[in-house]
Design a protein around this ligand. Structure first.
Ligand code: MSP
Length: 503
């Protein structure tokens, strides 16, 4: 059975989660669910990044110990992922014992390999970014992302020999062994390599809240190095361990473009130095604004994901967030239009189509004891639907979630058009045999629609499939589920409840 190991960034716990975090995590969930449906053995990892000076200071400001503060905020992430029906296999915290052991082992390995040396470091540190900035990056003396002046730091540090491993990383990227996606990000990363990068520091002397270096207990691991190692520590980081052997290297590290340098250059270089394979795909999606504005606490326009779920439901939020703009590009989340889009795509789209089709089955082909019955199979649309499936699959395989959503809309529109052309309510009076054919096709389209919806709106899909009398679909692979004619004649169907009440 093919395996699929997918990760999200581990998010900082200096605050509660916002919709940027939700966006990436939902996208990863969609891909994880699609691969499970396809029959792959999926391992889906997410979690929280809990060390470093940013977290320590936030904890202090809240009057709590770092661990107590992290426990509270990590729980908020976990609660939100529960509400959003995120199907991760593991939620890793960098304060987990398993992770700490992994970091110690990995850094020990780098030291043994001669990839780490000690030196003095002086630089401008931005706490918001948790990294050193160069003079060139500053705008009016400030970090352009956090609008704060970086601190001048001078201390003893350990360094990783990035320069020594960079050409090896470049080769893997060139050969397509590490795929940087989308293409624009690949060019960006190759540009960074050309420009040349300095060795980076892997430890901090003045920071206390972190993982001590195994070879110098006076230093803690630099928070980014600590964080990146989560992708292997989560699997137990043991070359002979079952889980590690099965799932490493990652099939895809998913994130936004803000942290691509760490994932596409630093991390593969460290892995090469430690003698481990590099991730297969590094996919960096775009950054979004909300209703045309950059989200920030000072502007007071951050949107609480919980409030969105309260208004629209988790299923709709998963769909609404991912259908805004092409996955991979920058874009704008038009939250002000969510009600309009909800009514158009969900209430009048999927919700209306399935409820119409199921009501007609119940009305015209009623079963004894209530509900409707699936009539004899008809194959009129097997080619059309197979074509839509092909495009859906191609889109998902290229991580183009928005393009997969377009295929759902296309199938939905195709079904609506068929109802309008056939007018089953007229056939009921004039041609009962033709009516049966039409109802079969409509019910079967609804089944395909539900399966396509599953990665994006899992609960909606399950409800539609249960109205269609399907109980064992989860035991079957996508290759079979996407064949036309899956609905067996005689199966009882029911109208069910309204999936998306209009707002
Ligand atoms: N802790 C590091 C990651 C370590 S991974 C080894 C970190 N954390 S973060 O909390 O700042 O999360 C950054 C990620 O949040 C982005 O890469 C992206 O996945 C998501 N996003 C945050 N804001 C976003 C937008 N406005 N738009 C798109 N994604 C957003 O960096």
């Amino acid at each position: 059975m093919p395996k699929f190991y997918i990760t999200t960034p581990i998010y900082y716990v200096n605050d509660k989660p916002h919709i940027g975090h939700a966006y990436t995590t939902i996208a990863a969930d969609v891909l994880a669910r699609y691969h499970r449906l396809a029959g792959d053995e999926v391992y889906f990892l997410t979690g929280t990044d809990e060390h470093g000076s940013k977290i320590a200071e936030a904890a202090q400001a809240a009057g709590k110990s770092p661990k107590e503060f992290c426990d509270e905020n990590a729980a908020k992430f976990q609660m939100l992922w529960d509400r959003l029906d995120i199907s991760h296999n593991q939620f890793i915290r960098t304060t987990d014992e398993l992770h700490i052991k992994g970091v110690e082992k990995f850094l020990g390995r780098l030291k043994e390999a001669g990839a780490i040396y000690d030196g003095e470091y002086e630089g401008l540190y931005c706490q918001g970014c948790e990294r050193f900035l160069t003079e060139k990056e500053l705008v009016n003396g400030k970090c352009p992302d956090h609008l704060t002046a970086p601190q001048l730091i001078k201390e003893k540090n350990y360094f990783f020999k990035l320069k020594e491993y960079l050409s090896k990383v470049a080769k893997l990227i060139d050969e397509g062994k590490i795929k940087i996606m989308p293409e624009s990000r690949r060019s960006e990363v190759l540009g960074l390599i050309k420009q040349g990068l300095d060795d980076f520091s892997v430890s901090r002397e003045s920071v206390k809240w972190g993982i001590e270096l195994p070879f110098d207990r006076k230093q803690v691991a630099y928070v980014w190095v600590d964080a990146l190692i989560n992708y292997i520590s989560a699997l137990g980081y043991d070359e002979d361990g079952e889980k590690f052997k099965k799932f490493w290297p990652a099939d895809i590290h998913l994130m936004a473009k803000d942290i691509i340098k760490f994932h596409a250059l630093y991390w593969p270089a460290m892995l090469i130095a430690a003698g481990l394979p590099a991730p297969k795909v590094v996919f960096a999606h775009g950054f979004f604004t909300v209703d045309g504005q950059k989200m920030s606490k000072s502007l007071g326009n951050t949107i609480d994901p919980d409030a969105l779920i309260d208004s629209f439901g988790a299923e709709a939020i998963r769909y609404l967030l991912l259908s805004q703009f092409p996955f991979g590009q920058d874009g704008d989340i038009k939250a002000g239009n969510f009600s309009i889009q909800y009514n158009a795509d969900l209430a009048n789209g999927v919700g209306n189509f399935t409820s119409r089709v199921l009501s007609m089955a119940e009305k015209y082909l009623s079963a004894s004891g209530g509900g409707g019955v699936v009539p004899e199979k008809d194959y009129t649309f097997s080619d059309e639907v197979a074509g839509i499936w092909r495009q859906y699959k191609e889109a998902m395989d290229r991580f183009q979630i928005d393009a997969a959503i377009e295929m759902i809309k296309k199938l939905n529109g195709f079904g609506d058009g068929y109802v309008e052309r056939q007018k089953p309510w007229e056939l009921a009076k004039t041609d009962p045999e033709e009516l049966k054919k039409v109802i079969y096709n409509l019910l079967e389209i609804a089944r395909h629609l539900a399966i396509m919806l599953y990665p994006i709106m899992p609960e909606t899909a399950e409800r539609i499939l249960s109205f269609l009398g399907q109980s064992d679909w989860k035991n079957r692979k996508l290759a079979e589920l996407k064949d036309w004619g899956g609905l067996e004649p005689g199966t009882k169907v029911e109208k069910g409840a309204n999936l998306f009440p209009r707002i």
